[in-house]
Design a protein around this ligand. Structure first.
Ligand SMILES: C[S@@+](CC[C@H](N)C(=O)[O-])C[C@H]1O[C@@H](n2cnc3c(N)ncnc32)[C@H](O)[C@@H]1O
Length: 735
């Protein structure tokens, strides 16, 4: 039987699958992968397609034709990254000083940061700056930061400059500037101590001493230290589910044959309810943002007012918002990725491929081998029903037919989703990062891969990518602690893990956004795609073209909030991109079938709702008075039906009049919400619009232009609680 993506458009489906692996226009990988498919025998590809999961890499390694061609390419892999360069650092420093002199603080800060990132580690290049380029670059940046009104960040740079052997002759200036930093940060007592130390070191320079005395005299002992405003943590409505702590108690996970697992309402849900807050198992920043955001936590440097970006000791291609983020990255994944960063970019590999690699590099070799043994190469078999037993809401378990994918999950010996989650929640607090990953891996490696639908050629490309990445890992000492006799098995385990990651990420990853706005909270604000993550529970939400939730991101965490009310048992759906407001039915169906390999049968698809452009304001569709019926009718005064066309319940004309008035009330409330947004009162706007959207759904159904526009507005209000970057005009900057 042909699969859904093939029925619709096999060429487009293949292209959609390919771009989840690598770019179709940039880099060398696409032509390498295409060449490997071209030299493979058609019969072999057919057999290969059916080779068991977890044995695909071996099958390719045993294919002489492919390996002869591939080995030659792999043997040429060499580390390639933007390293340190004392000369470039020196030049950037001069340019930064000139910009500072000219009063262009933004340019000065950017150049000074580049001087920091390009500076070799202290003592490595003694020819330029006597080996202390880093200290001098930090010294300069601290001056710029101080001028920018960021004394705490300036102080951090100063302290680091001292650690990096700032020349002793600069000590007096060092303490003097430290005094300025403390003064700026609202710590006059510390400022005074620093000024006094500077005074002792100034020797006989009377002019400088007089100036210093002025600084001491102007200290204000009434000021308070400045602290950034506290951000209140968002709480799950109804509390966290005991066995799935990232999910609200209002939800549960269900499963159906053609839909897999998905979230449904366990109790009534109201618009505005916070339903999920999940941390990623792994996440990667897009390379375009390596210069502006922390590689590890995705904070924008510009918005970290109390910290200045920190460097990687080996490369100058990435940066971190603080020492903690740097240490975490450099001691784990970045140690293995850093030598090859430019090769990865040059290969054209996708960000999903980068996460597939990150899932390995962050875990380290031992954890990877253990995960491979448990979830990919496991021969433990359990009966199919065991997987379903504990999934709530599966009423007719015995009627659900076997699905090959679920069977595969069972074969790998996985426990039920809910049991696994409980295990994770109980153990998480006492574990190391590697241990946490190993336990969370049980959830990640049960996510859908649609392996039964994947073609041999597509599989082969993924194995070639896995072999390429494993070869890079070999050359970045990832396998250094492995005993010689185990090394071949370890290579295969890692490559297989990457193949599996590449498959599951295709269907389960989330794009991560930050909202970029101008001086007004809403007008002109837009979401910007900065990173991608894989969320263990967030990946369990199915799609609808009229979604029930909207997502935003707090740092790396995903938050889902309801955009319409739901009754117990209704699907709590996300939107994977094709939304009915912006894309016509045929487009959506094609996109979902080719990109996510399923046929969407949501209500908007079945009823072919109009897009926003096609939709007109007009009489609403009122609900059938029987609340358990899905029927609706248009409230056109002259043609109100006597009975519901679906369940034949009588329709009372008086009730129709009341409900039309209710819809009019909703429209008035939406307008009030819009006004509150103009006044930049997001919480008030949410309260008003959420109430109106709840009321609308109590009496009416979609499509309804005003309600859907209100839901879009609500989405913008929710996002204000997430990652937001405010772009300031030059004038605002100066003010
Ligand atoms: C992010 S996963 C969602 C969780 C998934 N159902 C599972 O069991 O792991 C995406 C996959 O779920 C399935 N899916 C999502 N929405 C669906 C829908 N409305 N109808 C049928 N299948 C859907 C598709 O197979 C899709 O590739």
């Amino acid at each position: 039987m042909p699969h859904i993506s093939e029925e619709i458009d096999p060429t487009y489906a293949a292209a959609c699958s390919d771009v989840t692996l690598c770019s179709s226009s940039k880099g060398f990988f696409k032509s390498l992968a295409d060449e490997m498919v071209a030299i493979s025998d058609v019969g072999w590809l057919q057999t290969f397609e059916n080779v068991d999961e977890g044995k695909k890499v071996n099958a390719v390694l045993e294919n002489k034709e492919i390996m002869d061609a591939l080995t030659e390419v792999l043997s040429r892999i060499q580390p390639l990254h933007r390293g340190k360069d004392a000369r470039v650092s020196y030049e950037r420093r001069l340019a930064a000083a000139a910009a500072l002199q000219a009063g262009d603080l933004t340019k000065a800060l950017s150049l000074a940061s580049q001087a920091v990132f390009r500076a070799p580690m202290t003592g490595v290049d003694e020819v330029i700056d006597s080996g202390v380029s880093l200290a001098i670059a930090l010294w300069l940046r601290s001056e710029v930061l101080l001028k920018c009104g960021r004394p705490t960040a300036a102080l951090e740079d100063l302290k680091m400059a001292l650690k990096e052997r700032l020349p002793a002759k600069m000590r007096a200036q060092y303490y003097w500037r430290m005094g300025h930093c403390y003064k700026g940060a609202g710590e006059p007592t510390r400022a005074k101590v620093s000024y006094e130390l500077a005074g002792r070191l100034l020797g006989t320079n009377e002019e400088a001493k007089a100036q210093l005395a002025e600084d001491v005299a102007t200290l204000d002992y009434n000021v308070q230290p400045k602290h950034p405003p506290d951000k209140t943590d968002i709480c799950l409505t109804g509390g966290a589910k005991l066995n799935v702590p990232s999910m609200s108690k209002l939800l549960k996970i269900s499963e159906e044959e053609h839909k897999g697992r998905f979230a449904v309402a366990n109790s009534s849900i109201r618009t505005g309810d916070v339903l999920l807050k999940d941390s990623p198992y792994a996440a990667c920043l897009l390379s375009d943002y390596y210069g502006s955001h922390c590689l590890h936590c995705f904070k924008r440097f510009e918005d970290c007012l109390d910290e200045a970006p920190v460097w990687c000791p080996k490369c100058s291609g990435v940066a971190f918002c603080c020492v903690k983020c740097k240490d975490t990255a450099v001691n784990t994944y970045h140690a293995y990725e850093c030598p090859f960063l430019d090769l990865f970019l040059g290969s054209g590999m996708s960000v999903l491929t980068h996460i597939a690699l990150r899932m390995v590099t962050q875990a380290g070799l031992n954890t990877c081998v253990s995960i491979y043994g448990k979830y990919i190469n496991s021969n433990i078999r359990t009966v199919e029903g065991a997987t379903l037993n504990d999934i709530e809401g599966v009423a007719k378990k015995s009627k659900i037919k076997s699905r090959r994918e679920r069977l595969n999950r069972s074969k790998r010996g996985q426990k039920s989703f809910e049991n696994l989650q409980e295990e994770v929640a109980n153990k998480e607090n006492e574990m190391s990062l590697e241990e946490k990953l190993e336990v969370k891996a049980s959830q990640i490696y049960s996510l859908c891969t649609h392996s039964e639908q994947r073609k041999g050629g597509d599989y082969l490309k993924r194995v070639v990518m896995a072999l390429f990445l494993t070869e890079c890992l070999k050359k970045s000492a990832f396998f250094k602690d492995c005993e010689k006799e185990n090394i071949q098995n370890a290579y295969i385990a890692v490559a297989e893990l990457i193949v599996r990651n590449l498959q599951l990420l295709q269907f389960n990853a989330h794009e991560i956004y930050e909202t970029v706005r101008g001086s007004h909270m809403f007008s002109g604000s837009k979401p910007v795609y900065i990173a991608v993550g894989i969320y263990p529970t967030g990946a369990l939400f199915n799609h609808e073209c009229y979604p029930a939730v909207s997502r935003y991101f707090e740092g790396r965490d995903i938050v889902l909030r309801a955009t319409r009310p739901l009754s117990p048992g209704e699907v709590v759906s996300e939107n994977y991109g094709p939304h009915f407001m912006t894309r016509i039915l045929k487009d959506r169906q094609r996109s979902l079938a080719c990109r996510y390999w399923f046929k969407c049968e949501c209500v908007t698809c079945k009823e072919d709702w109009p897009t926003m452009k096609q939709m007109k304001s007009g009489p609403p569709y009122l609900r059938c008075p029987n609340m358990s019926c899905g029927g609706k009718f248009r409230a056109i005064p002259q043609s109100i039906p006597f009975k519901c066309s679906q369940c034949s319940t009588d329709i009372d004309k008086n009730l129709v009049r009341i409900n039309v008035e209710n819809v009019e009330r909703c429209i008035t409330l939406y307008q009030e919400g819009a006004k509150l947004m103009d006044e930049e009162k997001p919480e008030d706007a949410i309260a008003v619009m959420a109430k109106a959207i709840d009321l609308y759904h109590e009496v009416a159904r979609g499509p309804h232009l005003e309600t859907h526009l209100a839901q879009e507005a609500l989405r913008s209000c929710y996002a204000i609680n997430g990652n937001v970057h405010v772009v300031r005009t030059e004038q605002e900057e100066k003010a």
